[in-house]
Design a protein around this ligand. Structure first.
Ligand SMILES: NC(=O)c1ccc[n+]([C@@H]2O[C@H](COP(=O)([O-])OP(=O)(O)OC[C@H]3O[C@@H](n4cnc5c(N)ncnc54)[C@H](O)[C@@H]3O)[C@@H](O)[C@H]2O)c1
Length: 429
């Protein structure tokens, strides 16, 4: 099929590459001309494991091209996948400005009759948005508007896109479902064919539920710390129950990223707007917002003060294997440490270029050991293996102090304690 992907960010670029790998003829289009130029040179503007080589291979084989010209991208396509951002707006609701701009471009460029076309909304949108967009194409006899939410996880985006956990298709008529099945013909994954509204809600509900598990564990971690229990052991014990399962039971300094915070915000706002508040989710948000501060307070208790302290901060991206820093807890932590007079040396394998722009006063270094050298204390914010698999004996030699603050419970607690470090994890006695 000839597929055009509109918006070549984390989702759009991954989607474009995976469609091309499956034999579709794909064109990616973006309003960001600099991004398109990089892509045309075969360079990925984002860090995702395996993405750049796959991008280059797909381009060499002729199945993937990029343009900044929407007319060129729209004219050729049997299916147009909208993958533009839907960030949090000023009022907490999803900002649909990019989406409606892209839809307006499609309205301009698509003929009102002739060959059938799919307009597929892959961006995460509040319930009702896709039906609204379908209404905007009511005069187009040949256009099927479909919702097809994306569930990929950054850090393993390409793999998830190639082997999705499920394919959710929201549409009105059988013809639209059949055309979408042509797009995903070779993928062996459970299908849900449903209404556009259900498809939209499945996406939000999935993210909200995962966020709820994390906040549940984070709040429980505070109790564990208070009563002398260890959240890691508790999580293992819980996760062995098949009704619970082991995923998303990790306590830490809070969740971030481009999806959970903004998606739960959008869902909370949607719920309030319809006078059916989601009070549990409001609490999930509150716990997450207070989690970095809770951990920082415990750190300060150990150090007496942050003022004048040399602190090594390991990991800046919101999770390992991505350069995405949107809503990353590291940003809150850095801000607080700097405000309280700490000298922070930060290390991250890939996210530094994004953080330099936000905190030019921060010292950035090239390795975890460079950050740790001479530090009074170290905090682990993102559990990159470069930040967790350390030679602890050497760390003991190069650090000035002995405080290790493990914001992800990913350092070997007993081992480092045995070496004479003072170890503080999240919810570990
Ligand atoms: N990032 C994730 O892990 C993830 C996972 C699942 C779903 N989603 C959802 O997918 C959507 C995209 O997220 P993302 O992280 O890829 O966003 P992103 O910000 O990385 O990328 C969006 C891209 O769209 C481009 N764009 C904006 N307006 C455009 C237009 N009119 N025409 C062409 N290009 C345009 C931007 O320049 C940018 O390159 C969001 O709704 C998000 O909630 C994201």
């Amino acid at each position: 099929m000839k597929i055009t992907v509109i918006g070549t960010g984390y989702v759009g670029l991954t989607t474009a590459v995976s469609f091309a790998m499956r034999g579709h003829s794909v064109m990616g289009v973006d309003v960001d001309a600099a991004k398109v130029e990089r892509l045309q040179r075969g360079q990925s503007p984002i860090y995702e494991p395996g993405l750049e080589p796959a991008l280059q291979k797909a381009m060499e084989e002729g199945g993937l091209t990029f343009t900044a010209n929407p007319a060129e991208a729209v004219a050729r396509a049997d299916a147009l996948f909208l993958c533009v951002g839907t960030p949090e707006g000023q009022d907490g609701r999803a900002d649909l400005g990019y989406l409606f701009k892209a839809v307006a471009t499609l309205q301009e460029l698509l003929p009102k009759e002739g060959g059938e076309r799919l307009v597929v909304i892959k961006s995460t949108v509040p319930v009702g948005t896709s039906d609204q967009i379908a209404g905007m194409f009511a005069a187009y006899s040949n256009v099927h508007v479909v919702t097809n939410p994306e569930f990929l996880r950054e850090g393993r985006a390409l793999q998830d896109s190639l082997e999705p956990s499920r394919i959710v298709i929201g549409a009105r008529d059988e013809r639209a479902f059949a055309l979408m099945e042509d797009v995903y013909a070779d993928i062996d994954a459970p299908r849900i064919h449903t209404t556009r509204a259900n498809a939209e809600m499945i996406k939000y509900a999935s993210n909200a539920f995962l966020a709820t598990r994390i906040s549940f564990m984070n709040e429980l971690a505070r109790l564990c710390a208070a009563v002398g229990a260890d959240i890691e052991v508790v999580a293992r014990g819980m996760g062995l129950d098949s009704r619970i399962g082991p995923e998303f039971l990790r306590a830490g300094v809070g969740f971030g990223g481009s999806c959970f915070p903004k998606d739960i915000e959008a869902l909370i706002n949607l719920a309030r707007a319809t006078q059916t508040p989601l009070s549990l989710l409001e609490q999930v948000r509150a716990i997450n917002r207070s989690q970095p501060a809770w951990f920082l307070d415990r750190m300060r208790n150990c150090l007496q003060t942050f003022a004048g302290k040399e602190i090594a901060l390991l990991g800046l991206s919101f999770k390992p294997e991505t350069d995405d820093i949107r809503e990353a807890p590291s940003l809150v932590i850095v801000k607080r440490l700097l405000a309280e007079g700490a000298h922070v040396r930060a290390y991250d394998p890939v996210a530094v270029p994004h953080v330099v722009r936000l905190f030019p006063e921060l010292t950035f270094v090239n390795t975890a050991y460079d950050a740790l050298e001479g530090a009074d204390a170290a905090i682990l914010v993102t559990e990159w293996k470069e930040c967790t698999q350390l030679d602890w004996l050497w760390v003991k030699v190069i650090m000035a102090g002995t405080f290790l603050f493990d914001g992800r419970n990913a350092w070997p607690a007993e081992h480092v304690k045995g070496l004479g470090f003072t170890y503080l994890g999240v919810g570990r006695s």
